[in-house]
Design a protein around this ligand. Structure first.
Ligand code: 5GW
Ligand code: MN
Length: 307
């Protein structure tokens, strides 16, 4: 790798996070106790990240699931807005998982950006749709993504890009601070507290939002495999974690600290009104649960059905 001059200095990819200005946002925490950066607007120069990543041939796979009514409700807006804001200037592959490939909208893509649709089966319980993403992601990293891309980001579909979501978000293992919890004390975090679940935790560092996680291929595969193992073991024991895959993700990131955290600027709920959010990059789409739920769980289908 050839170092490139930035502001007269030679800078490599490794140096980028060391150049972050941790004092740029005095009102918020910009670094974890284990020295991982928490990415808040103002801490970096976007063009530095973009240039170094382009020079190093960084490439990004984005996985997104659009099963059942989520396909019509969210996918087109998600993809069209991603083309405006997600990793602009880098090669990107969107991997769309759905049970109805023929209904995936056709989107104009910029050069070096592609989309592949992968058919998945539709689980009848919505909890399983969400949780089984981990299995599908792990398998695709192994069979394809790790050969083609340096990084992978996994997204919920029920959101819309409204601002830059760029190469500064890339790291070895990347977790997102949940917009509803980042100002609350730990005691109010919504961890799974049922000691029969593998996701059970008494305390933690932060409450992470499963709507976005990412990192290098190896790290994301490890995240997905560990969460899946917890989910499967819970099924065998007849339990389900409080927030499904998100509970397992929180447990994983407590044990294996993420190397980079994204501030809630990266996934914001516009129903909240806070002065410490300087930009919004991705926003939650409105939910209409009655229309969207594939099937309500029944008493006979109490979370212990085989996957
Ligand atoms: C539907 C109803 C309840 C929970 C999940 C679903 C569901 C989720 C679905 O029917 N189809 C689907 O593709 N998903 C995928 O799982 C979407 O990518 C969705 O963004 C993700 C997580 O489910 P969400 O967004 O409903 O979960 P929360 O925690 O954001 O409410
Ligand atoms: Mn969601």
């Amino acid at each position: 790798m050839t170092p490139k001059p930035v502001g007269g200095k030679l800078v490599t990819m490794k140096d980028l996070d060391n150049m972050l200005n941790y004092k740029a946002r005095p009102a918020v925490q910009t670094q974890t106790a284990w020295q991982a950066p928490i990415m808040w607007e103002g801490m970096w120069e976007a063009l530095d990240y973009d240039r170094i990543h382009a020079d190093n041939h960084t490439s990004v796979a984005l996985t997104v699931f659009a099963v059942g009514r989520y396909l019509e409700a969210y996918l087109e807006t998600f993809l069209v807005s991603a083309e405006q804001h997600f990793m602009i200037g880098l090669p990107v592959m969107y991997y769309v998982f759905t049970e109805r490939p023929e209904d995936v909208p056709i989107i104009d893509l910029a050069p070096h950006r592609n989309l592949r649709v992968i058919r998945v089966k539709r689980h009848s319980r919505w909890q399983d749709i969400s949780m089984m993403r981990m299995k599908t992601i792990s398998e695709l990293i192994d069979s394809e993504i790790k050969y083609l891309f340096s990084h992978v980001f996994c997204f919920d579909v029920d959101q819309r890009f409204v601002g830059r979501f760029g190469s500064e978000a890339l790291g070895d293992s990347v977790a997102l601070l949940h917009a509803h919890y980042y100002t609350l004390p730990k005691t109010r975090f919504s961890y799974d507290r049922n000691n029969k679940s593998k996701a059970c935790m008494e305390t933690g560092d932060y409450y992470y939002h499963a709507a976005i996680f990412g990192g290098s291929c190896g790290s994301v595969k490890a995240i997905a495999d560990a969460c899946l193992a917890g989910i499967v073991e819970d099924k065998q024991n007849g339990v389900e974690a409080l927030w499904h895959d998100e509970s397992h993700l929180n447990k994983y990131f407590f044990i294996h600290k993420p190397s980079k955290l994204l501030s809630p600027e990266y996934c914001w709920d516009r129903n909240l009104n806070r002065k410490d959010i300087f930009v919004t990059r991705l926003i939650w789409a409105p939910k209409d649960y009655d229309r969207l739920r594939v099937q309500e769980p029944t008493a006979a289908d109490n979370g212990t059905a085989p996957l």
